[in-house]
Design a binder for this molecule. Structure first.
Ligand code: NDP
Ligand code: 8X3
Length: 250
């Protein structure tokens, strides 16, 4: 029997890419999405497993439905959905926030996740074989830190949606796992600070952050538990971090 199909949104960088690599090494079949076509192609060529790449923006409801609503033969049965695509844009007080940044975060982190989930979950239910949804939230979904306002609100929304999905889908045997990482050095801070790599590097200076592979390991562990076991909610931080705002820098 062939390995299950795993759909990973935001596989062109960071946590999504590391997760794709780990699942590929373990023989899973992968549907990988993102907006950067060349990165999707490069990843497909690198991975030694069956890969379908789909280039679209999760904020665009039509694109989500076109790409995921009519998957090609052999790819229709998505067993594991990893809702990972997301971002922070900016870091400023609510009084100074850039409303375009707010829209980007809400549209990507919440509405994008909802569009993807709404397109994939009915198939899981119809097939009556269970399924697993992993929502990559954040410690920003558990606590709020200075200037994090809208990003934190979007991730609190993801946290709430994980709980809500678990309730709505329990009778179909569909597992829902919420993953809440602390500081992980990916392209996250580069994106947050609009490409300012110097500013991004400072976020992780003087401490050993998490790496994308650390989160991939946790996702893989959650997915490979026996059928009767679900990890509902996992908080993972670097050892040097105690809470969103308290870190031990050398
Ligand atoms: P990266 O910036 O390295 O990766 C983000 C991924 O999301 C990219 O593949 C990007 O692909 C994709 N993405 C972003 N916007 C869109 C969009 N509109 N449509 C489709 N894909 C999109 O960051 P991380 O790997 O760190 O982030 C992954 C998730 O982890 C996010 O949800 C983030 O909030 C969360 N997280 C990150 C933490 C960290 O410290 N790094 C900690 C806690 C949570 P592309 O640009 O090609 O579209
Ligand atoms: C990413 C981690 O601390 O910037 O979600 O919110 S943090």
């Amino acid at each position: 029997m062939s390995k299950p199909v795993v759909l990973i949104t935001g596989a062109t960088a960071g946590i999504g890419e590391a997760t794709a690599e780990l699942f590929a090494r373990n023989g899973y079949r992968l549907i990988l999405t993102g907006r950067r076509q060349e990165r999707l192609e490069a990843l497909k060529n690198k991975l030694k497993t069956d890969v379908l790449t789909l280039c679209f923006d999760v904020r665009n409801r039509n694109e989500v439905e076109e790409n995921l609503g009519s998957l090609p033969e052999g790819w229709k049965e998505v067993d594991i959905l990893i809702n990972n695509a997301g971002l922070a844009a900016g870091l400023s007080g609510i009084q100074n926030g850039d409303i375009d940044d707010w829209e980007r975060m809400i549209d990507t982190n919440l509405k994008g996740l909802l569009y993807v989930t709404r397109t994939i979950v009915p198939g899981m239910i119809e097939r009556k074989k269970g399924g697993h949804i992993i929502n990559v939230s954040s410690i920003a979904g558990k606590e709020v830190y200075p200037n994090g306002n809208v990003y934190c609100a979007s991730k609190h929304g993801v946290d709430a949606l994980s709980k809500a999905m678990r309730i709505d889908l329990v009778s179909y045997g569909i597992k829902v796992t919420n993953i809440a990482p602390g500081m992980a050095e990916t392209e996250f801070s580069i994106v947050r600070f609009g490409g300012d790599t110097e500013k991004a590097e400072k976020v992780y200076s003087g401490l050993t952050p998490l790496y994308a592979e650390d989160i991939a390991d946790v996702i893989y562990f959650a997915v490979t538990r026996p059928p009767h076991v679900t990890l509902n909610d996992i908080i993972i931080m670097p050892t040097a971090q105690a809470s969103a705002a308290i870190v031990n820098r050398k």
